[in-house]
Design a protein around this ligand. Structure first.
Ligand code: 5AD
Ligand code: SF4
Length: 354
């Protein structure tokens, strides 16, 4: 029985010992029943680290000076997509810092179309390109993208405000509106949060789970907060005792709890074992797969730009190959079962003309 109250979820998040082991077992069982036995791969293409935002935690924020800025060429993007296609990865994710110029929008539109063409429309295409207008989301959807990742970062408006600059580009309500607009445009919608942010409580995390349930999301990617040297939030967090090995490990363990609890609350969604887990522990992503995650995103960005997409410290540059020894589903897009069910219901209830 799932208790959908802040207190009930908090209790699950705080479980230890054999109760926690039972929770993980239950999550793994539910994953297999509702989301399938296997793990789905998404080849991650980090298209550009240029960003108009200035999130206080992020290494590629606008004012960050420690990374060289880059944007991949069309050929580099298409090569990576071709690689994913040849290797039988079901999908690719095109990710970049937030850019809103018409040149950028049109380029993504074209590249999405070309990735579709090179795979006979079979390769799944996920975008992770920040907040955009409904018109832009529609253009990219029409071009062939069908999933979108936009993390809420924290569902608490107060905490959101503390980790972002206080200006109109970093507005909590706009972010929620963007998520709603993605749903309206027909995407499979993914969101997620960071775990272990300074001042974040387990009640906040319980509310994050309830937020995802309320938005009825199809996919989730969440990971531990990892201090990134040179960012304002890292300086603040380190002054509060954050960033030590011990604290990072606590965040990793709490992220696993969040994955297991989310799986129990929303059994049929796709949940990613995120890269940040592996920044803390070499086996981090593997452990996530063992307690409810069913998606991993091997990095396909060209080697020479990888170190510049440094969102946080110690970001691993390659996947723990032990994950590929799991039952990986090759040649399948691995769409969210949750999305498929919702679409079927909408179809039957006459949302679409027959
Ligand atoms: N620690 C962990 N995750 C981070 N991200 C950005 N900076 C950090 C950090 N320091 C995550 C955000 C963003 C995603 C692309 O990377 O959640 O949505
Ligand atoms: Fe830009 Fe995303 Fe980093 Fe924020 S988290 S600064 S939007 S890349």
């Amino acid at each position: 029985m799932v208790h959908l109250s802040v207190a009930g979820i908090r209790e699950m998040l705080e479980s230890t010992g054999s109760v926690r082991e039972d929770l993980f077992r239950q999550a793994l069982r539910l994953k297999k029943e509702a989301a399938g036995e296997g793990i789905y791969l998404r080849g991650l293409i980090e298209f550009s680290n240029v960003c108009r935002k200035n999130c206080l935690y992020c290494g590629i924020r606008r004012e960050g000076t420690r990374v060289g800025r880059y944007t991949l060429t069309d050929a580099q993007v298409l090569d990576a997509a071709q690689y994913a296609w040849r290797k039988g990865y079901g999908s690719v994710v095109l990710q970049a810092g937030e850019q809103v110029s018409e040149g950028f929008i049109a380029r993504i539109e074209r590249l999405v179309g070309e990735i579709g063409d090179l795979s006979n429309g079979e390769l799944g295409i996920t975008l992770s390109l920040g907040e955009q207008s409904a018109v832009t989301y529609r253009r990219w959807r029409k071009a062939g993208a069908h999933r979108y990742l936009l993390r809420i970062e924290s569902s608490s408006p107060e905490l959101y405000a503390r980790i972002h600059p206080d200006d109109s580009r970093h507005c909590y309500e706009d972010r929620v509106r963007a998520l709603e607009s993605l749903r309206k445009e027909g995407y499979q919608v993914g969101t997620g949060v960071m775990i272990g942010l300074p001042g974040q409580t387990t009640s906040d995390l319980a509310r994050d789970i309830l937020f995802m349930k309320r938005l009825d999301i199809d996919m989730c990617g969440m990971g531990p907060y990892v201090e990134c040297a040179g960012t304002p939030l890292a300086a603040y967090s380190e002054a509060q005792g954050g960033g030590t090995k011990e604290v990072l490990h606590e965040r990793l363990e709490m992220t696993l709890n969040m994955i297991a609890v989310l799986r129990i609350v929303m059994p049929d969604i796709n949940i990613a074992a995120t890269t940040a887990l592996q920044a803390i522990d070499a086996g981090g992503r593997l452990r996530a797969v063992e307690c409810g995650a069913n998606v991993v995103m091997p990095n396909l960005s060209p080697q020479e730009v990888r170190e510049n997409y440094a969102l946080y410290d110690n970001k691993p540059l390659a996947l723990d190959s032990r994950i590929l020894e799991q039952s990986v589903c090759y040649g399948e897009r691995g769409d969210s079962q949750h999305f498929k069910k919702r679409e079927k219901t909408a179809w039957n209830s006459g949302k679409y003309p027959k």
